[in-house]
Design a protein around this ligand. Structure first.
Ligand code: GRF
Length: 203
């Protein structure tokens, strides 16, 4: 992919600050990737509005509009495939993707804790409850589990006395956005290999 621009489909469920960081980075042609579509599992979120403001095509597939999860899995895989991505990026996407997507494309995910500690939907809350003094964020390849895929990059964030979930998450998100932008850019520009649980970017 080093001589071409990588095509990204980004999936969101919320405010889309990670998406915005990717949108901002991709303005520079030397970044090596552009966002060709943004998908979501719900309507009316700021993540979709950010894509619309940037004139990026969007699509929404809600699980509850499908007779089964399998149907949703197949449909969202088709909606993604239309855009021929080189990489799918889950940027705050709160659904586990199924085999139809995972078997067709490399999928990157981001999580606001230092995996394998504190996986799941409440990584920041769980880290605080666990009393850790250092937490952080993880960018990993997605697999069928909840935050169990091979780790690509991590960065630490200190926990301060008096932190609550919101304050800590905001500090993590600032670091997470930079880590995601850096990792996606290096992956599309340099390629990557996976050996067992070890991901290496570049040749
Ligand atoms: C991120 O911290 C992500 O890791 C977590 O939720 C947050 C999403 O933020 N799952 P945003 O939608 O990118 O602003």
């Amino acid at each position: 992919m080093s001589n071409s621009v990588g095509r990204l489909v980004v999936l969101v469920s919320g405010s889309g600050t990670n998406l915005q960081a990717l949108l901002d980075a991709a303005v520079n042609p030397s970044y090596g990737a552009r966002i060709v579509a943004v998908g979501a599992d719900r309507e009316g979120i700021e993540g979709l509005a950010r894509a619309e403001r940037a004139s990026i095509p969007t699509f929404v597939e809600r699980v509850k509009d499908h007779p089964s999860r399998q149907e949703w899995d197949e449909t969202i895989a088709r909606r993604i495939a239309v855009h021929e991505p080189d990489l799918v990026v889950c940027a705050g996407f709160m659904k586990i993707l199924g085999a139809p997507t995972l078997d067709a494309f490399p999928v990157l995910n981001t999580h606001p804790a230092l995996l394998p500690s504190f996986p799941g939907a409440h990584g920041v809350r769980d880290a605080l409850a666990g009393g850790v003094r250092v937490t952080g964020c993880t960018v990993m390849l997605a697999d069928a589990g909840v935050d169990t895929g091979p780790i690509v990059a991590q960065e630490a964030v200190r926990v301060f006395d008096g932190d609550d979930e919101e304050r800590l998450h905001e500090r993590i998100k600032t670091v997470e956005q930079g880590l995601l932008v850096d990792t996606v850019g290096r992956m599309v520009r340099e390629g990557w290999t996976v050996t067992g649980r070890t991901v290496r970017i570049g040749n």
